[in-house]
Design a protein around this ligand. Structure first.
Ligand code: DGY
Length: 353
């Protein structure tokens, strides 16, 4: 009988998914036994001789890990759509295939993006604090307390040819699957314009933009420069990948250019937003509010973090994809990618490295 293939799994994927791996007679499965981030030392010790490794966002996939695993390694599968933690060149050099989990989390992250835009504009941070700290009895309802900008339009006239002052404009930094799913959710709120920034290497395509406008039922979809996006948008959604090309793309200059009534939402990666600049912008009122699901340097975000202390800034601990349905989908896809990679089959979602 052929030797079993060793696979290392960096988190228990639960009773619905683990049997896919554990009940496979061809595999010898080693699972990190704790419900916390997999320790590097444990991973390196166990990766030796592995044919497959299943990682989370928290595990760096680099030369050290790949060399430690050695020449039997065929596949690395990450339970995430983002892959900044993986050195794609290092994988390619060794001929190791790489699976990830696109699509299954699109709706969950788009839902949360809209939720954060609403929370940012409606003072959710300050108002929930009032209740949670027992201050509601001292808070008297008053006509304009905690009023913020309304996300939905107050009046819409779909037949009007000119843009009315109440027409909302959505700005997307990055306009991939999650951004487009977010736009679809914003249309019923009355968003009629969509501006976005794209990869500079991809040429402008007005025909494709017009087709997207028709698809979403909005008056305009247009790729613009960052300055115009900041100036025109009522809600800016940061939804581009992390990495060097997008590092601090939202900086002081961008934030200074935003409407004072606008909100900023980041459900992509913390590195895209300069936290100090955003905190300053919120203190000084350059924009109205922010909804942040990802923070540079997370999870080291304590009470003294500038964004946690900033007014009208909702900070969540990276829960964009955290629904039962989505996490199950991600775990299943990650396990199936691993299995297919091990057996030399077509992977359901392989990133071409
Ligand atoms: C991902 O998959 O990259 C998300 O950030 C985690 O849900």
């Amino acid at each position: 009988m052929a030797d079993k293939l060793k696979v290392v799994v960096c988190r228990d994927l639960g009773p619905d998914v683990m049997p896919l791996l554990l009940n496979n007679p061809q595999l010898d499965v080693v699972v990190w036994p704790h419900n916390k981030v997999c320790e590097r030392k444990w991973l390196l010790e166990n990766a030796q001789g592995a044919s497959g490794i299943l990682v989370m966002l928290s595990e760096k996939v680099d030369d050290e890990l790949l060399d430690t695993a050695g020449p039997k390694l065929r596949v690395v599968s990450t339970m995430s759509v983002g892959y900044e933690h993986a050195d794609l060149k290092a994988l390619l050099t060794r001929g190791v295939r790489f699976g990830y989990t696109p699509d299954v989390l699109t709706d969950a992250v788009a839902d949360l993006s809209v939720m954060l835009a609403l929370m940012a504009g409606r003072n959710a941070k300050e108002t929930t604090e009032i209740v949670q700290t027992g201050q509601w009895p001292n808070f008297v309802w008053s006509p304009f307390a905690f009023c913020g900008p309304q996300l939905s339009t107050i009046t819409t006239d779909p037949s009007a040819s000119a843009l009315t002052p109440t027409t909302r404009t959505a700005g997307f930094i990055g306009f991939g699957r999650i951004a487009q799913a977010t736009l679809a959710r914003l249309v019923p709120f009355g968003f009629a314009r969509c501006l976005y920034t794209g990869n500079q290497r991809t040429p402008q395509d007005p025909a494709a933009d017009a087709a997207l406008a028709a698809k979403f039922g909005v008056r305009e979809v247009r790729r613009v420069e960052l300055a115009e996006l900041a100036r025109e948008s009522d809600a800016v959604f940061v939804l581009a990948p992390g990495g060097a090309a997008t590092y601090h793309i939202v900086d002081e200059a961008f934030l200074k250019g935003m409407k004072k009534t606008a909100v900023l939402v980041n459900t992509a990666r913390g590195t895209l937003v300069d936290s100090d600049a955003l905190a300053k912008a919120l203190h000084e009122g350059w924009l109205y509010g922010a909804g942040i699901d990802v923070v540079e340097g997370e999870p080291n975000v304590g009470l003294d973090h500038p964004l946690v202390k900033a007014p009208r800034c909702i900070v969540l601990p990276h829960i964009g994809s955290a629904t039962n349905e989505t996490r199950l989908g991600m775990a299943t896809l990650a396990a199936k990618n691993l299995l297919a990679g091990l057996l030399g089959q077509e992977m359901p979602a392989e990133l071409s490295t």
